[in-house]
Design a protein around this ligand. Structure first.
Ligand code: 2DE
Ligand code: MG
Ligand code: MG
Ligand code: MG
Ligand code: MG
Length: 325
């Protein structure tokens, strides 16, 4: 992914991560195997493994094979959640390619996600010293699911609150960033206290990440972000820009939103216009910025390493605020 042109020191480790993912996929069912391999090579940003590899650099135990294996485990978990997410969201496009559910079918996608989830635990079990990482990992997946279920419960709720939204994205997205950072630190031998701090940094990075993701749904075209746009609102997922707009212009928005799953693409366009007029984009952007700044202040206080880890973390994290896809 083009992001990494600016971080050449991370590229070999990320390539090793992809190779390890590929190597751990072995299935008798060739359709499912093929679907997974295509997804692995579809050009994801590899942000979660990158954060995990960077936080791994803080500890005394530097074992590259272990670092890359754990990074592969995290990316496999992330990929599993995306594959299942695309089934749930009925999405046909991801990373500018047809999703597994579109190209194959829902059944193939569910099994592919299942396999990747198991593979994540297999790698973790092989490479972690204590049960702690497994424990943290399973609790984390529980939080991801909890965020997804919270989002499902809020669907089509025009009186949904920003606090609920924040709690849902904290689960469905930020927790995985938190996990990546915390496991990275912990498994390289950092103290539990330090690893927890790293997890908090990851949580703030993840909050900003999902807010930006939700913004892009309103500011970009489908080919720019490689997935469908305005799909959230049509499926009743009212994300931050719309929630801000609802605070100002509920009466204007209500006739469109109350159509629920009968909303047409034209209705969605009207919602889009009202969101833009209500400054929903600027306000959401400001909140993403404030989460990012929180993370940056904490990154600034991290210890120095020979690999300039904290400088890389700082640069990467601030650049995500400007990402265009
Ligand atoms: C992406 O949100 C959310 C991902 C979490 C999905 C979690 C699921 C349950 P979006 P985009 C389905 C847990 C699954 C496991 C453990 C396999 O806003 O816009 O829909 O990229 O993301 O589609
Ligand atoms: Mg989705
Ligand atoms: Mg979703
Ligand atoms: Mg989205
Ligand atoms: Mg979505």
């Amino acid at each position: 992914h083009p992001i990494w042109q600016e971080y050449p020191s991370l590229v070999p480790e990320l390539e090793m991560t992809i190779q390890l993912m590929e190597k751990s996929v072995k299935l008798k069912n060739k359709a499912v195997e093929q679907a997974i391999l295509e997804m692995i090579h579809s050009g994801g940003k590899l942000l979660r493994p990158a954060y995990q590899l960077l936080f791994f650099q803080f500890g005394p135990n530097q074992d590259q094979q272990k670092a890359a294996s754990l990074a592969a485990a995290i990316e496999m978990l992330h990929t599993a959640t995306l594959i299942h997410d695309d089934v749930v969201d009925k999405a046909e496009l991801r990373r500018n390619l047809p999703t597994i559910n579109a190209k194959f079918d829902n059944t193939t996608a569910v099994y592919a996600g299942d396999y990747l989830l198991i593979s994540c635990f297999k790698l973790l079990a092989d490479y972690t010293q204590t049960l702690n990482s497994l424990r943290i990992n399973s609790r984390n997946i529980e939080k991801i699911l909890d965020g997804e279920l919270g989002q499902m419960n809020s669907r089509y709720r025009i009186d949904g609150s920003i606090d609920e939204y924040l709690s849902n994205i904290s689960g469905k997205t930020a927790e995985l960033f938190a996990l990546s950072c915390a496991i990275g630190a912990m498994e390289s031998g950092c103290s539990e206290k330090f690893s927890k701090k790293c997890g908090e940094i990851g949580l703030n990075i993840g909050m900003a990440f999902q807010i930006i993701d939700d913004l892009l749904d309103y500011t970009k075209s489908s080919s720019q972000i490689g997935k469908p746009v305005l799909e959230d609102v049509r499926q009743g997922v009212y994300s931050l820009p719309l929630l801000y707009a609802l605070q100002e212009n509920k009466a204007k928005l209500a006739p469109y939103l109350l159509k629920k799953d009968q909303m047409t693409m034209e209705d969605a366009q009207m919602v889009w216009t009202i969101v833009h007029q209500s400054k929903g984009i600027e306000k959401a952007n400001a909140l993403a910025e404030s989460y990012t700044n929180k993370a940056l202040r904490a990154i600034d206080k991290l210890p120095s390493t020979p690999k300039q880890t904290k400088e890389l973390l700082y640069q990467l994290t601030s650049s995500l605020l400007q990402r265009q896809n």
